[in-house]
Design a protein around this ligand. Sequence first.
Ligand code: NAP
Length: 271
Amino acid sequence: MTTYSVPDGTTRPLAVVTGASSGIGYELAKQFAKNGFDLLITSTGGRIDTVAEAFEQLGAKVETVQADLATYDGVETLYQQIQATGKPVEAIAINAGVGVGGAFIETDLQAELNVIELNIASSVHLAKRIVPDMVARHQGRILFTSSIASQMPGPFQAVYAASKSFVHSFSQALRNELKDSGVTVTALMPGATDTNFFDRAGLEDAKVNKAPKDDPAEVARMGFEALLDGKDSILAESLLTKVAGTVSKILPDPLKAELHRQMSEPGAVNK
Ligand code: NAP
């Protein structure tokens, strides 16, 4: 793995992590802190200030921003705070994301539009602000938290899975556009991971929530290493996730949809 070595007396590079208050984003921020980066971390709630202490104990200088990235102004506020650090962004993990579980005819439209605003619109918006600065410096690393769900239609998480297909496609297109720029783009593709995601998405009684899940710390470690290595994407982290992600490249969409349905249909845990 490529590593950053920060010579004594020099400034630590800056990493920005969105959705760093819990789950995969928290663990990504920890990876950056442990490996010599200062941090600007963000989420909607006040918990972001509490978690900052954990990263400071790892030697990082940490700035926090509370912003709702599902809004245009929230993304602009974050970018203004990034600029206010006066430091170039060496790496950014565009990670904040939410899901909505349930039958499409029953799910709440506003909740699904929020998924689109956060997972899709804010990813594009933030990249639009950050990428030109990185390209001008001929240096930078971008990690998008995609998902194994990006590779399949996602019944009972239809909007979420489609949003991750967008993120994944966008990340790989951007990677190709930037291939000679000195800026790398990597997609982290977790499978089911043990975070707040499922409760927040209303997937408590879906089979996927009761099945064994991957460890967010390991998922983040693999994502961080893939980012430093400039890889295009990484399936993280269990063998099950790697196999499912690899097999999904060859299975037909109707079959993948059926398999997804079995894991995410409400009440499927009781079937
Ligand atoms: P999580 O623990 O719920 O973390 C979500 C993070 O996003 C939190 O820090 C949350 O902060 C932040 N967030 C939510 N809404 C936001 C908003 N409107 N503006 C700004 N920040 C917001 O879930 P997670 O699993 O770590 O999710 C991280 C990423 O991993 C997501 O993109 C998700 O799609 C992806 N992923 C997860 C899994 C999985 O199985 N867990 C699998 C594949 C991909 P607040 O709590 O303060 O709002």
